[in-house]
Design a protein around this ligand. Structure first.
Ligand SMILES: O=P(O)(O)O[C@@H]1[C@@H](OP(=O)(O)O)[C@H](OP(=O)(O)O)[C@H](O)[C@H](OP(=O)(O)O)[C@H]1OP(=O)(O)O
Ligand SMILES: Nc1ncnc2c1ncn2[C@@H]1O[C@H](COP(=O)(O)OP(=O)(O)OP(=O)(O)O)[C@@H](O)[C@H]1O
Length: 381
C-alpha cells in the first residue's frame, strides 16, 4: 500500500461547518487566501444551525507546501472526539469495502485519506475554543473538540458554492452558484412498525424527539403550531420518492421556506425521480435489517442499513446567470456515508428507539402532541 500523503503543518484552514461527529474545513492555498476569507454567496441559511459562515483560523504560518493537486476542489474533514466515533482508518476501510461498491463514482462525495500533523489538530481545537468564546460555534456543538489522537483527515469533494480550479501557477473561480444539502432519512417504513401506522419512521421519531425536548414537552397536550429548530426541517421522506411532482415541490418548500419560488422549482425539478434518490430507495429496500427485525445487535449489516438512512444529499447549483440550462448542470451527490458503528451502546439505542415508537404509540400517531402534526406524514394523509 502506498504511503498516505501528509499535509503541511503550516496548512491554513478555514472552519466551514460541523455535524455531530466531524468538522469540515476549507483549505486555503496562498493564492486563494483572499477569496476564501470572503463569505461565499452560498445559501447559508440552508445549512441550518450547524453551519455558521466561514471564519479564518488565526495564527497559522502561511508557508504552505501541501500538494495542491490533492487538495484542489476538496474540503478537509476532521474527526471529533465523540462516543460513537471510529478512527478514520477504520472509517476509510469500511467505506471502501462496504459503501463505495454500492455506488458509482459520480454519485458520491469522494473521500481521500491524508495524514494530518498533530499540531494542526491542536491549532484547530484552540480555534474552536476561541469560536465558542466569540459565540461563533453552534451552541449544540460546543464542548466537543477534534480527536487529538486521530492522525488522519479526509479530503472530500467540495460541494460548496465556489469551486476553485487551481493549477500550480494560477487560481481561478470556476463556478459560482448555490449549495443545497438535505438528509433524505428513511425512504421506507420500518419493517417492525405497526401495519396501520400513521407515521413513517422519520416522522414518528421527529414527533417523539419534539415531545421529549423542553420547549415542546411543556405543551405536549395542546395542538398549538410547533416551532421547528433550524436545520431540523419537518418533512416526510416518503414525499421525496413520490411519483407526484407536487409532493416534491411541497417538500422542498418545507425544507427551505425562505427560498424564492423559482429556486424551489429548480431544486424540486432536479430531485424529482432523480436516479440517486431511486438508488438510495432501492438500497434501503435491500438493506432493511432495522427496527426490531435486525440481526443480533451490533451486526455490520444493521450498521450499513442505518448508514443508508442517515446520509446527506448535496446539490451544487450553478449560477443561473452563467448557464442557460441550470437544472441539467446541477451536481447531485451523496455524502456522510461513513459506516456507522453499532458499538458503545448504539445498537441498544436504535432498538430502544424502535420499542418506544411502537409501545408509546408514536407510529400510530396517538400521542396527544401528534394532533398538531397530522397530515405532515404521507401515511397520515
Ligand atoms: O436518530 P436520527 O434518525 O434522528 O438520526 C441522528 C441524526 O439526527 P437527525 O436525523 O439529523 O435529526 C444526527 O444528526 P445531528 O447530529 O442531530 O445533526 C446524527 O446524524 C446521528 O448519527 P450519529 O450518532 O452522528 O452517527 C443520527 O443517529 P442515527 O442515524 O445513528 O440513529
Ligand atoms: N463535501 C462537502 N461539501 C460541502 N459541505 C460539506 C461537505 N461535507 C460536509 N459538509 C458540510 O459540513 C457539515 C458537517 O459535515 P458532516 O456531514 O461530514 O458531519 P457529520 O458530523 O458526519 O454529520 P452528522 O451530524 O450527520 O453525523 C455538513 O452538514 C455540511 O454542511
Amino acid at each position: 500500500m502506498e504511503p498516505l500523503p501528509e499535509l503541511s503543518p503550516a496548512i491554513k484552514l478555514d472552519y466551514l461547518a460541523e455535524g455531530g461527529a466531524n468538522i469540515v474545513y476549507r483549505i486555503i492555498l496562498p493564492s486563494t487566501e483572499e477569496q476564501a476569507l470572503e463569505p461565499q454567496p452560498s445559501e447559508l441559511p440552508y445549512y441550518g444551525s450547524s453551519t455558521p459562515p466561514p471564519t479564518e483560523i488565526d495564527d497559522i504560518n502561511p508557508d504552505i507546501d501541501v500538494d495542491i493537486n490533492i487538495t484542489s476542489g476538496k474540503l478537509l474533514r476532521l474527526r471529533k472526539n465523540v462516543r460513537y466515533g471510529l478512527p478514520y482508518h477504520d472509517t476509510a476501510h469500511d467505506f471502501q469495502t462496504q459503501v463505495r461498491p454500492l455506488f458509482d463514482d459520480e454519485e458520491l462525495v469522494d473521500q481521500i485519506m491524508v495524514r494530518v500533523p498533530a499540531s494542526v489538530i491542536q491549532r484547530c481545537n484552540a480555534n474552536l475554543h476561541e469560536r465558542e468564546r466569540l459565540r461563533k460555534r453552534p451552541a449544540i456543538r460546543c464542548g466537543v473538540y477534534l480527536a487529538e489522537d486521530e492522525p488522519l483527515g479526509m479530503l472530500v469533494t467540495d460541494m460548496t458554492t465556489t469551486t476553485t480550479a487551481t493549477t500550480p501557477s494560477t487560481t481561478s473561480v470556476a463556478e459560482v452558484g448555490h449549495i443545497v444539502e438535505l438528509k433524505p432519512k428513511w425512504f421506507i417504513q420500518s419493517p417492525s412498525a405497526p401495519s396501520k401506522a400513521r407515521r413513517c419512521r422519520t416522522c414518528a421519531l421527529r414527533d417523539m424527539k419534539r415531545a421529549d425536548s423542553p420547549p415542546f414537552n411543556s405543551r405536549s397536550s395542546t395542538i398549538a403550531p410547533v416551532v421547528i429548530p433550524p436545520g431540523k426541517a419537518q418533512f416526510c421522506p416518503l414525499d421525496l420518492t413520490s411519483s407526484d411532482k407536487k409532493d416534491m415541490q411541497r417538500t422542498i418548500r418545507q425544507i427551505f421556506p425562505s427560498l424564492p419560488p423559482e429556486r424551489i422549482d429548480t431544486i424540486a425539478g432536479a430531485l424529482y425521480q432523480h436516479p440517486i434518490l431511486q438508488k438510495l430507495l432501492s438500497l434501503q429496500r435491500i438493506h432493511n435489517d432495522v427496527g426490531l427485525n435486525g440481526p443480533p445487535s451490533g451486526s455490520k449489516e444493521t450498521s450499513l442499513s442505518m448508514t443508508l438512512r442517515d446520509c446527506s444529499i448535496f446539490l451544487k447549483i450553478p449560477s443561473s446567470t452563467h448557464f442557460s440550462n441550470v437544472q441539467a448542470r446541477i451536481d447531485i451527490r451523496l455524502g456522510d456515508l461513513d459506516l456507522k458503528s453499532a458499538a458503545n451502546g448504539k445498537a441498544e439505542y436504535w432498538l430502544n428507539i424502535e420499542k418506544r415508537l411502537i409501545d408509546e404509540g408514536w407510529y400510530m400517531g396517538t400521542q396527544a402532541s401528534q394532533a398538531g402534526t397530522e397530515g405532515e406524514c404521507a401515511l397520515s394523509r
